[in-house]
Design a protein around this ligand. Structure first.
Ligand SMILES: Cc1cc2nc3c(=O)[nH]c(=O)nc-3n(C[C@H](O)[C@H](O)[C@H](O)COP(=O)(O)OP(=O)(O)OC[C@H]3O[C@@H](n4cnc5c(N)ncnc54)[C@H](O)[C@@H]3O)c2cc1C
Ligand code: FES
Length: 285
């Protein structure tokens, strides 16, 4: 069991969860994830680690309330326990001196991008952080990103902050920079990752995406997280979750993500019939 230190909603539908997990906090690296289970009967869900404190032995997770399991996590209070928090899982993000790195983040990916940006900055890169959301009130952690980025840009659907539109405005943003980035990293919803990858493929910029398929065991045994990358079958939990966005079979990826939609809706109706999922927190995908 892992004790909840803090759980709070930071923007509509988006929560920060701080868990006591001293063993994970000493080992975790940017880009890795944990599998969390609310209670003994709960579903195992993968969540990226957005920060950690080795001294206090805590992990910070940013999660979006989209269904039954994230709904259960959203009701946690300080002092409660979750039944399981296993990790760190997956391969860490490759951290090296690439030059200029553009880090594009939306939705819960803003949280998971933070340790990646911090580590890339420490490795001597010039960082351009781009945060994306439906509206300015859905963007968060700007104060953190300011400390580790050279430039921060925003894209909002309604134009309330930064460039108006969605990922389709990235070519304008990239073409407006003094020099093209040497690498692009994308964390967030499938739409953002797939669209950005298509943009950067055309511009010839290497692009890394942090894939979010449905997962069960997270250790390469069940095959649920199967994805096709460069024509080869990969398991996102052990071979990823990061892959070249230019090599992912996005059509198959999207189809597999929807495989359990009916069951998820049924479970959600039974477990949280009165729960309201705010429109503002919905993903673009
Ligand atoms: C490696 C990895 C890291 C992740 N990190 C985070 C994170 O840091 N924060 C976070 O909020 N979520 C993260 N996710 C997604 C998260 O695991 C799912 O949102 C969660 O499992 C949904 O569970 P649920 O029961 O609440 O919703 P469900 O009832 O299972 O699903 C509700 C809705 O969410 C959609 N959904 C289901 N699985 C995913 C998914 N993997 N990604 C996006 N939408 C999904 C469904 O299609 C459905 O429309 C990550 C996924 C992976 C694979
Ligand atoms: S989640 Fe089971 S193989 Fe990846």
């Amino acid at each position: 069991m892992n004790r909840v230190i803090r759980r709070e909603m930071i923007v509509p539908n988006m929560h920060v969860l701080v868990l006591e997990a001293p063993e994970i906090a000493t080992k975790v690296k940017p880009g890795q994830f944990v599998i969390v289970r609310h209670d003994d009967e709960g579903e195992r869900i993968p969540l990226s680690v957005a920060d950690w404190d080795e001294e206090k032995g805590t992990l910070t997770i940013v999660f979006m309330e989209v269904g039954a399991s994230t709904g259960q996590l959203a009701s946690l209070k300080a002092g409660d326990n979750v039944a399981t928090c296993v990790g760190p899982l997956g391969n860490p993000t490759e951290i090296a001196k690439f030059g200029t790195v553009m880090c594009v983040a939306g939705c819960y990916g803003i949280g998971s991008m933070y340790p990646v940006v911090r580590a890339l900055k420490e490795a001597g890169n010039r960082i351009i952080t781009v945060t994306e959301g439906r509206s300015s009130y859905l963007l968060y952690w700007t104060d953190r990103f300011v400390r580790v980025s050279d430039k921060i840009l925003n894209i909002t659907r309604d134009g309330s902050q930064g460039t108006k539109g969605h990922a389709s405005r990235l070519p304008d943003i990239i073409n407006g920079l003094p020099a093209r980035p040497d690498r692009v990293i994308v964390n967030g919803c499938t739409f953002l990752m797939a669209y950005t990858s298509e943009v950067t493929r055309q511009l010839g910029i290497p692009t890394v995406v942090n894939l979010n398929p449905i997962m069960t065991d997270g250790t390469g045994m069940c095959g649920v997280c199967r994805v096709t990358v460069a024509g080869q079958m990969k398991f996102a939990c052990v071979d990823g979750p990061e892959f070249s966005g230019h090599e992912v079979d996005w059509k198959e990826f999207l189809a597999r993500r929807k495989a359990y939609l009916e069951e998820e809706a049924l479970f959600f109706r039974h477990s949280a019939p009165n729960q309201i999922v705010h429109e503002g927190g919905k993903c673009h995908s």
